[in-house]
Ligand binder design. Structure first.
Ligand code: SF4
Ligand code: ZN
Length: 433
């Protein structure tokens, strides 16, 4: 079985499940199918699962993450990390009160698919699920921010919205502990990024367990902190966990993702490098920061009443205010900008495809642009057939938010078309290139 998996940010993982030796290095009975990355041990599925369970149990005990009385919540994203976390906690603590929560952010062509994966996962592992739909409850989508000044920082806005709603939902559901799927690679890449920027206070807060900042807030724990990302992926695949493999169209290459790549390189010379770094941070560095904590007084937001460190209205409410100022959605490239590009660049070989609703296209588009139905995203053969006459051209896809044009670009690149859109940095449209 071969499986590809797109992470948040459009990076791709691939892994194939097949026999990789004669006998498992631990049980000496079963056929090995997976290598434990840190020790180069070839293991069968059961022994691999057992090792991961042991790591998680040890971490929970060391940091006294929760007790039998706690009511745990896991925010499921549809991705591998939270799915593995839910599976591990459910199998290790079948009697514990654990609730899965899905926050549907209204990211078109992504949130719905992720929700399906979460629903399947919860059914498979018997986890009760609570769904919070951003549009129904708060009356906006994450995609709406594409029309604000945050159009190039959707992930930052999304982070603010998620953090705010996570604690609001946790309170509503009386959760005492929130478990998150941060793994070893997440932690050390963030440690290093923060270290290089001198933000020691944030490093201190990145401990595997974070006590509540105010009464009534849930404690936050990271039970996967000692599991490398690759092994999380292997675990998800070996245990056949339903995960969503389509990347969020807003995914960005963040500094911490770049650090992750650097760490991968360093790991090639030293298999245990990431563990060494984790141990240095947890045992040596964070204790040195003991007295660093600056007391931030939290005050109720004047608008929503939730605790905030900024006097006046909280960041969430400020971001939502921005949405009220949106007038009508604009094309991701305006006719004026297109005119300017045509004046300065070589565009003879370009064909522009507008992939918005047909009515929007008819209401006005770029000069010479052709309309393509979004339904073609689901009908690959038809799509390739329609576009075959343009195989030797450069294809530029446009829409409102950049998400549909991105999905078209992604699909067509796989079929060797020279397709571009404006939003994704890797596939960015460069006129004259
Ligand atoms: Fe992740 Fe950014 Fe998409 Fe939010 S907008 S789900 S942070 S990639
Ligand atoms: Zn507020």
């Amino acid at each position: 079985m071969r499986k590809s998996y797109f992470k948040c940010g459009a990076e791709e993982f691939t892994f194939e499940v097949k026999p990789i030796g004669k006998v498992c290095a631990l049980c000496k009975k079963e056929i090995p199918v997976v290598t434990l990355t840190t020790q180069n041990l070839k293991l069968c599925k059961n022994c691999f699962n057992h090792i991961q369970q042991k790591r998680v149990l040890e971490g929970i005990k060391t940091y006294r993450m929760f007790s039998a009385k706690d009511r745990l919540g896991i925010f499921l994203s549809g991705g591998k990390d939270s799915a593995v976390l839910a599976h591990l906690l459910k199998s290790l603590f079948p009697q514990q009160e654990i609730l899965g929560i899905y926050l549907n952010l209204g990211i078109k062509y992504y949130s719905e698919l992720a929700q399906q994966a979460v629903e399947e996962l919860c059914k498979k592992i018997g986890l009760p699920l609570f769904i919070y739909n951003l549009c129904e409850k708060e009356n906006f989508f994450i995609d709406d921010f594409i029309f604000t000044n945050f159009k190039d920082k959707i992930c930052s806005v999304c982070g603010t919205i998620k953090r705010y709603l996570f604690s609001k939902i946790a309170k509503k559901l009386n959760l005492t502990v929130i478990a998150t799927g941060h793994h070893l690679d997440d932690l050390i890449s963030t440690y290093l990024t923060l270290f290089l920027s001198g933000d020691f206070l944030s490093i201190k807060r990145l401990s595997p367990v974070n006590p509540p900042l105010y009464s009534g807030q849930a404690k936050k724990i990271k039970p996967l902190y000692s599991i490398p990302e690759k092994e999380i992926f292997y675990y998800a695949l070996l245990n056949d966990l339903p995960i969503e493999s389509c990347a969020c169209p807003h995914g960005e290459i963040t500094p911490s993702k770049k650090t992750k790549k650097l760490l991968e390189e360093l790991e090639k010379d030293n298999r245990t490098f990431k563990f060494q770094l984790l141990s240095i941070f947890l045992k040596k560095f964070i204790p040195l920061l003991k007295d660093l904590e600056e007391e931030k007084t939290l005050v109720p937001c004047l608008k929503c009443g939730e605790p905030t460190a900024s006097y006046g209205i909280c960041t969430f409410c400020r971001r939502v205010e921005l949405l009220k100022r949106i007038e009508s959605p604009k094309l991701e490239i305006t006719p004026e900008e297109w005119e300017e590009i045509k004046r300065t660049g070589e565009v003879n070989n370009w064909v522009v495809f507008d992939v918005r609703e047909e009515d929007d296209f008819l209401n006005g588009t770029l000069e010479g642009a052709k309309w393509l139905s979004t339904q073609l995203l689901e009908k690959e053969k038809e799509l390739y057939k329609i576009l075959r006459p343009f195989k030797r051209k450069k294809l530029l896809f446009i829409c409102y938010t950049g998400r549909l044009s991105y999905l078209f670009t992604l699909k067509l690149r796989k079929a060797n078309f020279e397709a571009y859109n404006l939003k994704n940095p890797d596939l960015a449209f460069k006129i004259g290139s």
